[in-house]
Design a protein around this ligand. Sequence first.
Ligand code: GRF
Length: 188
Amino acid sequence: MKKVGVLISGRGSNLQALLDAASAGSLGGEIAARRAGVLALVSDHRGRSREDHDAAVAGLLAGHGVELVCLAGYMRLLSPVFLRAFPGRVLNVHPSLLPAFPGRDAQRQAWEHGVKVSGATVHVVDEGLDAGPIVAQEAVPVLEEDGPDELAARILEAEHRIYPSAVRIMLEGRGRLEGRRLRIEGRT
Ligand code: GRF
């Protein structure tokens, strides 16, 4: 079984969606876990440089045999040190149709801009902000009665659908990079 590491800072609903897919057998791998449940590792970044902290986290993940790292609401930019440890093997989920509305509060940005369609994106992480090659997207219509919170709630449902399937594509080695286009072999 290939091992997936998930980095989160907050609520963890995408982590839960990945765990659910793993137990249903539809993730194509397992979340780095021990028998009693999920292995949770906490690394304190205080008093350490970003590079030192990232090297420590990358070391923990690699030490547990993790092959693919998923960011799920991880509120820190990863340094090149981390990305070099997992080249092309870090994914992120973002609550907009990138490249529209990168950065924080993407659902509110989209709502305030007045777009009629937004959505969710899973992408490979590079050194840019929400900028790497796109693995999966799902469009979500902005309804007349939506406020930012209603829109965000429906986008979150889309995130929970596309993240597990994007993870599976990557674990199965079906994503091939051509420039910044990620071509997916076989059925999605
Ligand atoms: C999600 O909206 C994700 O797109 C963004 O942060 C949020 C994390 O939510 N990057 P959760 O912690 O997975 O519930």
